[in-house]
Design a binder for this molecule. Sequence first.
Ligand SMILES: CC(=O)SCCNC(=O)CCNC(=O)[C@H](O)C(C)(C)COP(=O)(O)OP(=O)(O)OC[C@H]1O[C@@H](n2cnc3c(N)ncnc32)[C@H](O)[C@@H]1OP(=O)(O)O
Ligand SMILES: CC(=O)C(=O)O
Length: 525
Amino acid sequence: MNRKVEIFDTTLRDGMQGLEINYSLEDKLEIASKLDDLGIDYIEGGFPLSNDKEAEFFRKIRSMNLRHARVASFGSTRKAGGSAESDGHIRALLDAETSTVVVVGKTWTEHVTRVIGTNLEENLRMIDDSISFLKKQGRVVIFDLEHFFDGWKGNAEYARKVLSAGMNAGADVMVLCDTNGGTLPHEVSEIYSTLKSEGYQRLGGHFHNDCGTAVANSLAAVNAGAMHIQGTVNGWGERCGNANLCEIMPNLTLKMDYEANCKPNMPHLTGLSRFVAEKANIIPDKRQAFVGVAAFSHKAGQHADVILKAPHLMEHLDGKLVGNSRQVLLSELAGKSTIIEKMRKYGDFGKNDEVVQVLIDELKSRENFGYEYEAAEGSFDLLMRKALGIYTPLVSLKNYHLESYKTATAQSNTVGRMFLDDSGTEVMGAAVGVGPVETLDGALRNALYPHYPDLKKIKLIDYRVRVLNPESASAAKVRVFITSSDGEHDWGTVGVNENIVEASWEALLDSFEYYLNNLNREPGE
Ligand SMILES: CC(=O)SCCNC(=O)CCNC(=O)[C@H](O)C(C)(C)COP(=O)(O)OP(=O)(O)OC[C@H]1O[C@@H](n2cnc3c(N)ncnc32)[C@H](O)[C@@H]1OP(=O)(O)O
Ligand SMILES: CC(=O)C(=O)O
């Protein structure tokens, strides 16, 4: 069995120092609860001296009965020339009433002289006083050595003295911080190995991502002896962010075989990532390793072929282990394996089946024309039904007529009506909407609701238009994507035409047909 590593989450402290990241007090409490569920060892809840919301978090979290995680409050060493007992930072840490406190201290000599404006000896006393005092108050003390790596490069002897000051004062973990994110993995390996060989123990790591190497640095630190690693969910934090725990945790536990308390809960990792994104009001990064929707999505035909034969030959890890799922994407780069995968719901087909050839030809020719089926599987489902001879049209259009009008004082409106043939019976629908697409949708629903009341459940939740050949100016071809939902499932459909209304009509009708077909009710029943 490999060594055990402590996971320290700073989503709620350093994470909040990131661009556009703001969590309300309620968000912070809910995120803390999810981090606890995942088996995170430490949750750094904030900087209690900073503002009331931060201090209030520590009051509220006390009644939450976390099952596993220790909550930590964060602050600086005491001020130069003062005493720990009377220092505001130290007082705020005690008032937070957390069993664990994090004290950040300076390691880089220039920071000591130019930023906190004191001498090197006094900085060591500030570290010693602050940590010793907090230890005497019965706290677990985590010592963050700010700018450790730059400090080491500038004056390794002084960096060693800072480390020793923390260790001798009784700090439980000495966290080497790459505060400006400028350190590279080979330097991390070298420095931790040197420190280990000199007998320094209880080392941790805190890396920022300014060189895009925060995760690699964290793994290198653990590999070279660190027993505690810090990061944030989704890697969001100051400037380019912190080391991403959604990458560190699965790498450590599932690929490097380290032990960590979060290990059994890795199947909840994708859920945690998306939960925090929701709270941050940030669209999750689709391409994020392990937890992004693209992480186990296969587009190239040859890759889909491997997935069909033996998924482990294509994927570095089974996505289910981190709560993610596999997708095979439709596109002009697909091969027959992709089609076979999509046709599974209709039976087992092979590469020699004619219908598979028909569909791959159809897919490629339509993608060439301007359709895109990757996000429009509803429309592709109808193509499969047509190829299999099990498609019945919902209705056929006789005509639609739309008229937009605007007066000098009122906003524009569109009135419309349409005539449809529903199994030999003429049906008519009419509507007024702000624009032509809303009116088309309204008139279609007006015509169909009496016979297909289930359609009332469908809501259009997204509508996107892309101009395909902008050089043709207003005569350009457009592609319309519609995403629809019945509250339980979402599906996408596509239409392409020189006329945006016609492209929208195609995507709209596909959406309704897909829904009725997939409720297992044939149109007209
Ligand atoms: C590497 C990190 O991420 S450290 C965490 C950084 N996080 C934050 O700064 C977020 C919360 N911060 C705040 O709310 C405010 O900055 C406060 C309340 C902490 C301080 O506010 P102010 O007193 O107005 O000071 P200001 O922010 O302008 O400057 C920072 C002060 O901390 C001092 N300081 C910085 N690091 C240390 C340290 N390790 N030990 C002691 N003092 C320190 C600086 O010398 C400066 O003091 P000065 O005003 O006497 O020159
Ligand atoms: C402590 C910390 O957040 C840093 O050094 O980046």
